[in-house]
Ligand binder design. Sequence first.
Ligand SMILES: NC(=O)c1ccc[n+]([C@@H]2O[C@H](COP(=O)([O-])OP(=O)(O)OC[C@H]3O[C@@H](n4cnc5c(N)ncnc54)[C@H](OP(=O)(O)O)[C@@H]3O)[C@@H](O)[C@H]2O)c1
Length: 263
Amino acid sequence: MNIAILGDGRLGTEIGALLGARSGIRPLMLGRPSGGQHLAPALEHVDLVFEASIGSAVQANVEVALAAGVRRFVIATTAWSDDRPHVERALVRSGASAVAAPNFSVGVALFFRLVDAAVSLYGPIAAFDPYVLEWHHAAKADRPSGTAREIVRRIVAAHPRKRGVRAPDASDANGSSDPGLVEIAVLRAGAGPGMHLVGFDAPGETLELRLTARDRSAYAAGAVAAADWLLARPRTPGIHPFDEVVDELLAAPALPEATHSTH
Ligand SMILES: NC(=O)c1ccc[n+]([C@@H]2O[C@H](COP(=O)([O-])OP(=O)(O)OC[C@H]3O[C@@H](n4cnc5c(N)ncnc54)[C@H](OP(=O)(O)O)[C@@H]3O)[C@@H](O)[C@H]2O)c1
């Protein structure tokens, strides 16, 4: 099995270490290309690519891998939504399949479902106002995180009184909130790999759901589970959500080791 990881940073390294520990696979690790773009010959005979670089590189990286003949992708990189239609078209044209998610933690995928359930319970009660907080390490490039955006997207889709999001804006001197918008607070400090909190506040009480990543192992484990899903049998060309992988994992008699932090 030939695996390549595009992106030799924290996540790419974690995925490579898990593949090595689990099945002795030594993936080809490619970092930022010196000439600005990877060369297709480097990716010939690769069965699956993990994309874990930076958002602005995703489209070019996928296209060069497609040109090299790669037909399976796990796209973990965030902040490439503007390029997503181009990437999806290129994948479909080549008959290639990808799983893409801003967060490959199975715990987070289930957290999304908890948020959906909380919105359906607390949303109809006018006293409870939802809000989102997220905290990541100081070097994180995007804000709010892709995970926070997905949480808010789900709240707005299901909430009876919210029509959008009020993203943080330091230049906004008007501190009052709009009751039709969900507020997100973003914190960038320290080294933490990710904390997301969803709250529902009412005059007399507060409900909070919080998921804190201690390290990147859950992201790597979920990305590897997505690779297993792609390699298990042919999948429809295009981009699949991680939820499809999670549904199959939940239907399995026992969750495979790869979904747990084992190192
Ligand atoms: N889906 C998930 O579960 C999940 C979890 C964690 C992180 N992420 C996302 O995954 C991405 C990587 O995260 P990270 O924490 O590993 O970041 P990181 O430590 O900054 O690593 C990114 C690496 O990619 C390299 N790179 C830049 N351009 C590249 C290119 N064209 N091809 C290959 N590599 C390239 C960078 O090199 P330079 O240092 O030279 O720029 C850097 O070494 C981010 O978008 C992050 O938000 C997703």
